[in-house]
Design a protein around this ligand. Structure first.
Ligand code: NIG
Ligand code: FE
Length: 393
């Protein structure tokens, strides 16, 4: 495969402290070389090696591609009217998920596939070079299997969200639904997924039900992740730590004990400010988590109910303005933080040997991601060393 050198990079974020300054491993006036889909060399622009192809960045910034560790792209329909009602005071409840379950069950595979393709392309356009994708709007064995197969055509990070909300035919019988999930659904879908997820929240599944689903997933080789503490305090964080989950996501309402438990665990707290923005929820206390030493990731949580955005730049701006994260913390959380939430060591950083997944901004620094909110700043995107997107004004 051809080698490729990007030179004259004004600010290079490597996320490798051995390659540059601070936790982001920042270098000025830098160059980077890719070959065979991997990073091969990082150094001063003046010392850039010869390559088959090259690009002069003219002083603009280059970062690792964003790692989106939380999205729900397999769905049909939208819930724009539910959003509009929320903006005039109707609170969000987990029950809205059933509207999307109905539409998703009625859609054929081609419709679902077209939606995932469109949203994956949208995510890539804003710099997400890895995108995890959950099922969760089927809630029958047949429809969850369909969801996992469709998601698997676009990403290797497929999550079986087996227990999102008890579906209508199990109204008032959540225990029976969990029994079906544990005895039948997980066994059928597990070969097509990596992760098992559950919405552990009032109106969805309680602690005992959530634990049963996660344990059944583990028994079939899946690794847990948990939706927890989104709408109120509860057992989600505690359960995620108990189960050794890769991440607990949302983490908006936590107790001191939850923060302590996370800090002494390997579970990543994935914060989803797009969901809090679109539901008029409080934002998570990112400072308490970071100051306690918790590993924090940022995700966009694209879904038709709580966060119909694929934009991690938007989430970085929210994290900086509304959650008091520094720009450095927010950029790290959307890149290496996301990689840690997916337990990946080959992405989220531009170390030698890492995947050549990168984005260039139409700006001199990563600071502009928060400083210029709402502006489409991502100009070039590389995936496995290939230039897969180039967007000029
Ligand atoms: O991550 N919290 C649960 N699941 C989604 C919302 C799903 C929906 O409302 O459709 C979330 O916010
Ligand atoms: Fe979610």
């Amino acid at each position: 495969m051809a080698s490729f050198v990007v030179s004259n990079i004004g600010t290079l974020v490597t996320n490798d402290p051995e390659l540059g300054a601070g936790p982001l491993g920042v270098r000025r006036d830098a160059a980077i070389a890719f070959a065979d889909g991997r990073v091969r060399w990082v150094g001063d622009s003046a010392a850039a090696p010869a390559a088959d192809l090259g690009m002069d960045l003219g002083g603009r910034a280059l970062l690792p591609g964003f790692v989106e560790s939380h999205s729900h792209l397999v769905f049909a329909g939208d819930r724009a009217e539910e959003f509009a009602a929320r903006m005039t005071g109707t609170p969000y409840t987990a029950g809205g998920i059933r509207t999307t379950i109905e539409a998703t069950r009625a859609a054929d595979d081609t419709q679902l596939e077209n939606t995932v393709r469109r949203l994956m392309a949208e995510a890539l356009r804003s710099g997400s070079t890895t995108v995890e994708c959950k099922t969760g709007y089927g809630q029958t064995t047949r429809d969850e299997l369909r969801g996992a197969l469709v998601a698997g055509r676009f990403t290797e990070e497929v999550t079986l969200l087996a227990a999102h909300v008890p579906p209508p035919e199990y109204a008032g019988r959540a225990d029976d639904y969990v029994t079906m999930v544990c005895d039948e659904m997980i066994e059928t879908v597990a070969p097509h997924a990596t992760w098992i997820d559950v919405f552990c929240e009032r109106g969805a599944f309680d602690e005992e039900q959530s634990r049963a689903v996660l344990r059944a997933g583990v028994a079939h080789g899946l690794v847990p992740r948990v939706h927890g503490n989104q709408l109120g305090t509860g057992p989600g964080v505690r359960l995620a730590v108990e189960m050794g989950a890769a991440s607990v996501d949302h983490v908006t309402y936590v107790t001191d004990a939850d923060v302590d438990a996370l800090a002494s665990s390997s579970t990543v707290a994935t914060l989803l400010p797009g969901a809090d923005f679109c539901t008029r929820n409080a934002y998570p206390d990112a400072r308490a988590l970071l100051d306690a030493g918790v590993t924090v990731a940022l995700g966009a949580d694209c879904n038709p109910g709580t966060s119909y955005t694929t934009s991690l730049p938007f989430c970085i701006a929210l994290a900086v303005r509304e959650m008091k994260m520094s720009p450095e913390e927010a950029v790290w959380a959307a890149t290496l933080g996301g990689a840690k939430a997916l337990r990946r060591t080959d992405i989220g950083r531009l170390s030698i040997g890492a995947r050549a997944d990168a984005l260039a901004l139409d700006a001199p620094s990563y600071l502009h991601l928060a400083y210029r909110p709402g502006v489409a700043l991502v100009r070039e995107v590389w995936k496995d060393g290939d230039l897969v997107g180039r967007h000029t004004a």
